[in-house]
Design a protein around this ligand. Structure first.
Ligand code: BGC
Length: 849
C-alpha cells in the first residue's frame, strides 16, 4: 500500500522450476517405504526434521521468530539480532518496512542454519489481557494480514520458509493447550481466519503452524474442516502444517486432520504409532503420502532436496541487510506519540539538563517473554542511547524511581555450571555470564540429556553494600542452595497451573536473605537435580536461575530521589513499562495497570516538572491515569536491541515518531469491550462476535477509548483535503494492496486521499480508509478498516495516498450459503488519521452482483 521501493520483480520463469520441483518431490516420494515416509513427519529433536541420504534430503531446521531468529540454542552464547516486537512492526503500518524486516529474518535464519522461521504470529488482539499480545500485530484483521503477508514475502525472498501461527483462535493464553474456543462461522471468517487467508492468498507461505487450542470442539491439530477444506481446498495452501510444540496428541485424528509435522521429537504421536495405524487400516497410506509430499515440497523449496530447484536460487538472494541499522529504523518508525503538549517534543535544541527516570531506563524490555525471546550481542538501553546522543552541554542524571519487578533478577555475576552424571562425575562445564541456565535441545560440551543427573552452579556475589542481600532460586524441580557452605534451601519447587511450558516460561521462586558487611562477598552454590519423569523429562530442557539483589534504598526513598532529580532538571523523561511477569507467553494478564508504583512515580514527577515526557515500554495496552497531566506520552513498545538509539533519535527529533496504534487503548479496564480470557468449563465463548476493538467502541454512544485504533502523531500537522473514489471494474484485475506477488485481483475501488503537511517540519502520515454503513444493519460493524498508506511531505506540500480497497471490505460471510456475499447499496468511504476521526467521506454505491 505504500511506495514501490522494495518489491521483488515477479519472476516470470517460475512455472518450469515449480514443475521440476514437483517432479523431484514425486520421484523422492516414490522411493520411500512407509516407515521412511513417516520418518519425515516428526521432529528428530527439538528443532529439526531428519535427513534421508538415500533420496538426497538434508536435515531441515526450524527456529522461533518472530522478533529475531534464535536458532537451535536457547542461549546468549549464540546471539541473534533482536527486532522490535511484532506490535511495533504493525504500529509502523508500513508494508515495505515489514518486508525488509522479513528479509532480515531470512538473513539471520541463513546465518544460523535454519530453514524455517516459526513466524509471524497473526492471532488477533481480542482482549488486551492476552499475554502474548506483544507478539501479535493488531486487533484488526486487515492490518494484521497486510503486515503478515509482507513479512512472509520478505522472509521467503531470502529463500527461507515461514509458518504464520497459530492457526486459529489462539488469541489468549489461559489453558491454551486445552481451551475450546467457541466462535460462530461468520466471526471466524471475518475476523480470526481473515489474516491467515490474506497471507495464504497473497504471500503463499511455505508453512503454517496449527494452534494448541480447539475450535468449536475440535483440536486445531486435528481440524479437518479448517485444515483441509478451508486452508487447502478453498485457499489453495500447498505448504506444510506443523503442530505447535507438543500440540499433536492423537495419531489417527492428526494424520486425517491434515497435520503434516508433529514437533518436537523424537517422541511424538507419529513415528511408529503412525506406521501401526496405517498397517491397522486406521489411516490410509494415501493420507501419509499427502503429508510426506508436503514435507518434501518444503524441503525442496528451501534447497534441501537433491535435484529439486530451490524456490530462490542462490544467485537471486536479496542484498545483505544491515541488521542494527534496520532495527533502529524500525523502532523509531514504530514509536507512537500520543500526546505532545506545547510541542515539548522534540527536544530540539537539547535541554541543559535532563532527568531520566525509571528502572526500564537502564534495563529496557527489548522483547517479550517466551518462545519469541532472542539474545542480542549488545543492547543499547535508553540511558546509554541518550548519553551517546546528548552532547556534553546536557547534564544527564538517572534515578530508578520505582522498580516494578516482582522476581529477584538473575545474579549479575559470572557463574560456572558443572554438568554432573549420576555418580557425581563432572561430564562438562560451562562458563555463564550470569545466574540463568537455559539449555533447550542440546547441552554444553555435547553432554547428552540421558547422562545428565544434575547441574551445579557456583559463583560469588561481588563486593557490595552492607545489609540484607537477597538470594533466590527460580525454576521447577529439586534444588539445593548454599551460601558459604550453609544450606539455605533443600527442596522441590512445583509449577503453578497445568501448562507444561509453565516450568519454563513462568517458574516459581523462593528467596532468602543473607546479611553481609560492607564489601562482603558470599560464595553461592545452587544444585538442580534433573527430573526423571514429568512433561519435560526427555524433552531436552534445563531451565532455572540463581537470583541475587543487593540491598537497596526503600521504595519511598527511590521515588523521592526521582522527584528531586526531576525538579532540578529542565526536562524529565520517565520510562515506565510492564515486566516479564506481566507480559509473556503462557499467561494472560490480570489487569492493565502498570506494575509496582510506576503510576505514582509518574504523577509525582509530573507534579514536580511540567516538562515531563513519559515513555511507555510495553507490548500491549496499559492504563495511563496520568496521561492528561504529563507533557508528552510516547509508546516505544518492546523496541529491540537498538532501543536507546531509536529513543534518542525520536526524543531529539532526528527522526519523527512514525507509529500509529495497531490496537485501541482503553482508559479503564472496565471499558474494554472484551475482557474475559478465562475459559468456563474448558470453553471460551467469543460471544462478542464481530465486535472487538474499535468495531465494538463505535457502538458505544458517548463512550470513547483513551486512544483510538490508528491514533498517533508525528512532529508536524496534516489536513485532509480531498478524497476520490473510483470503482474498479472486476475485469480490470487491479494489483493487490501490498504489491506482494500473486496478489488477489479482488479490488473494489481505487481511492486517492490528498493530505497537506500544514506544519513546519517534513513528516510522515499514515492515511487510513474505513468503509462504513449507515448503521441500520446491527449485525455488521459500523465501519471497518479497508486500506491504508504511508505518505511523506515537506512543509506546505501535498501528498496523495493511493489505496486499493479490497472487495472484501463490502462483503459479509453468509453462513447459510457458506460463501462471501457482496452487500449491495450505499457504503461510505471515509478517510482520516484514525478510527475515531474520519474527516472525508464519499458515498459509494455498490451494485448488486
Ligand atoms: C509456542 C510457539 C513456538 C513453539 C516453539 C510454543 O510453545 O506457542 O509459538 O513456536 O513453542 O518454541
Amino acid at each position: 500500500m505504500t511506495g514501490d521501493t522494495d518489491r521483488t520483480p515477479a519472476r516470470t520463469d517460475r512455472a518450469p522450476a515449480d514443475a521440476r520441483r514437483e517432479a523431484a518431490v514425486e520421484a523422492a516420494l516414490a522411493r520411500l517405504d512407509l516407515p521412511a515416509k513417516v520418518a519425515l513427519l516428526a521432529g528428530a529433536d527439538m528443532w529439526s526434521l531428519p535427513a534421508n541420504e538415500e533420496i538426497g534430503l538434508g536435515r531441515l531446521v526450524m527456529s522461533d521468530g518472530p522478533a529475531g531468529v534464535r536458532g537451535e540454542h536457547w542461549t546468549a552464547d549464540d546471539p541473534s539480532v533482536a527486532l522490535p516486537s511484532p506490535t511495533a512492526l504493525a504500529a509502523t503500518w508500513d508494508v515495505d518496512l515489514a518486508r525488509r524486516a522479513g528479509r532480515l529474518l531470512a538473513q539471520e535464519a541463513r546465518r544460523k542454519g535454519a530453514h524455517v522461521v516459526l513466524a509471524p504470529t497473526v492471532n488477533l488482539h481480542r482482549s488486551p489481557r492476552g499475554g502474548r499480545h506483544f507478539e501479535c500485530y493488531s486487533e484488526d484483521p486487515l492490518l494484521t494480514g497486510e503486515i503478515g503477508a509482507a513479512l512472509v514475502c520478505g522472509v521467503q525472498d531470502g529463500g527461507v520458509a515461514t509458518t504464520p501461527k497459530h492457526f486459529v483462535a489462539n488469541d489468549s493464553e489461559t489453558d491454551r493447550y486445552t481451551v475450546d474456543v467457541r466462535a460462530d462461522e461468520r466471526t471466524l471468517r471475518e475476523l480470526y481466519l481473515a489474516p491467515f487467508e490474506t497471507i495464504v492468498r497473497k504471500a503463499h507461505p511455505w508453512g503454517l503452524m496449527a494452534a494448541y487450542n480447539a475450535v468449536n470442539g475440535t483440536s486445531m491439530s486435528e481440524h479437518t474442516a479448517l485444515n483441509l477444506t478451508v486452508l487447502r481446498e478453498e485457499w489453495g495452501f500447498d505448504g506444510v502444517l506443523v503442530s505447535d510444540w507438543t500440540g499433536a496428541r492423537d495419531t489417527v485424528r492428526s494424520a486425517l486432520g491434515g497435520l503434516d509435522i508433529a514437533m518436537p521429537g523424537p517422541a511424538t504421536v507419529y513415528g511408529e504409532h503412525l506406521v501401526a495405524a496405517v498397517r491397522e487400516g486406521l489411516v490410509p497410506e494415501s493420507a501419509v503420502n499427502g503429508l510426506a509430499r508436503n514435507v518434501l515440497r518444503l524441503a525442496a523449496r528451501v534447497g534441501l532436496l537433491a535435484g529439486a530447484p530451490a524456490a530462490v536460487p542462490a544467485g537471486e538472494l536479496p542484498p545483505p541487510v544491515d541488521g542494527e541499522a534496520l532495527v533502529r529504523e524500525l523502532a523509531a518508525r514504530s514509536f507512537v506519540l500520543l500526546r505532545n503538549e506545547g510541542g515539548v517534543l522534540p527536544l530540539d535544541p537539547a535541554p541543559a539538563s535532563l532527568a531520566l527516570i525509571g528502572a526500564a531506563a537502564t534495563e529496557a524490555r527489548i522483547g517479550g517473554g517466551g518462545s519469541a525471546q532472542v539474545f542480542p550481542t549488545r543492547i543499547v538501553g535508553p540511558l546509554d542511547g541518550l548519553r551517546a546522543a546528548l552532547g556534553a552541554d546536557t547534564a544527564l542524571v538517572h534515578e530508578t524511581g520505582a522498580d516494578p519487578r516482582t522476581f529477584v533478577p538473575a545474579a549479575a555475576f559470572p557463574c560456572t555450571a558443572e554438568l554432573l552424571g549420576a555418580d557425581g562425575t563432572v561430564l562438562g562445564t560451562a562458563a555463564l555470564t550470569d545466574g540463568s541456565v537455559r539449555w533447550l535441545g542440546s547441552l554444553p560440551g555435547g553432554v547428552s540429556f540421558g547422562d545428565l543427573a544434575a547441574v551445579r552452579l557456583t559463583g560469588a556475589t561481588p563486593a557490595g553494600p552492607a545489609g540484607r542481600h537477597l538470594l533466590a532460586v527460580r525454576g521447577v524441580g529439586r534444588f539445593t542452595l548454599e551460601a558459604d557452605g550453609e544450606v539455605l534451601f533443600d527442596g522441590v519447587l512445583l509449577p503453578e497451573g497445568e501448562d507444561p511450558a509453565a516450568a519454563f516460561l513462568n517458574p516459581p521462586e523462593r528467596r532468602f536473605e543473607v546479611e553481609l558487611p560492607e564489601g562482603g562477598r558470599t560464595a553461592v552454590t545452587l544444585t538442580c537435580t534433573m527430573p526423571e519423569t514429568g512433561e519435560f523429562a526427555g524433552f531436552g530442557l534445563v531451565s532455572f536461575a540463581l537470583g541475587h539483589a543487593e540491598p537497596t534504598v526503600s521504595p519511598d526513598e527511590l521515588i523521592e530521589r526521582a522527584v528531586e532529580a526531576a525538579r532540578a532538571a529542565e526536562v524529565a523523561v520517565v520510562v515506565v513499562g510492564t515486566t516479564e511477569e506481566v507480559e509473556s507467553e503462557g499467561v494472560d494478564r490480570d489487569g492493565l495497570r502498570l506494575p509496582g508504583r510506576q503510576d505514582e512515580l509518574v504523577a509525582r514527577v509530573a507534579a514536580a516538572n511540567p516538562r515531563t515526557v513519559v515513555v511507555v515500554n510495553a507490548g500491549a495496552p496499559v492504563l495511563m491515569p496520568w496521561r492528561e497531566s504529563v507533557a508528552a506520552v510516547l509508546l516505544c513498545w518492546f523496541p529491540g536491541q537498538q532501543a536507546g538509539e531509536a529513543l534518542a533519535d525520536v526524543l531529539l527529533g532526528t527522526v519523527e515518531p512514525g507509529g500509529r496504534l495497531p490496537t485501541t487503548w482503553p482508559a479503564e479496564e472496565a471499558d474494554s469491550p472484551v475482557w474475559e480470557v478465562v475459559p468456563t468449563d474448558g470453553r471460551l465463548e467469543y460471544s462478542e462476535g464481530l465486535f472487538i476493538g474499535y468495531r465494538a467502541w463505535q457502538r458505544r454512544a458517548g463512550a470513547a477509548p483513551a486512544y483510538w485504533f490508528g491514533a498517533g502523531r508525528g512532529y508536524t500537522d496534516w489536513s485532509y483535503e480531498g478524497l476520490e473514489v473510483r470503482l474498479v471494474d472486476s475485469a480490470e484485475g487491479a494489483t493487490g494492496a501490498t504489491g506482494t506477488e500473486g496478489a488477489t485481483p479482488d479490488v473494489l475501488a481505487e481511492v486517492a486521499v490528498r493530505v497537506r503537511n500544514t506544519g513546519a517540519r517534513t513528516g510522515r502520515e499514515v492515511v487510513q480508509v474505513y468503509l462504513g454503513t449507515d448503521g441500520s444493519d446491527r449485525s455488521r460493524p459500523d465501519r471497518r478498516l479497508a486500506g491504508f498508506a504511508v505518505v511523506e511531505a515537506a512543509p506546505g506540500a501535498v501528498a496523495t495516498a493511493r489505496i486499493a480497497v479490497p472487495l472484501r471490505a463490502v462483503q459479509s460471510w453468509d453462513t447459510a450459503a457458506r460463501a462471501w456475499r457482496t452487500d449491495p447499496g450505499v457504503h461510505l468511504v471515509e478517510a482520516g488519521p484514525h478510527a475515531g476521526d474520519r474527516p472525508l467521506t464519499v458515498a459509494l454505491v455498490v451494485p448488486s452482483a
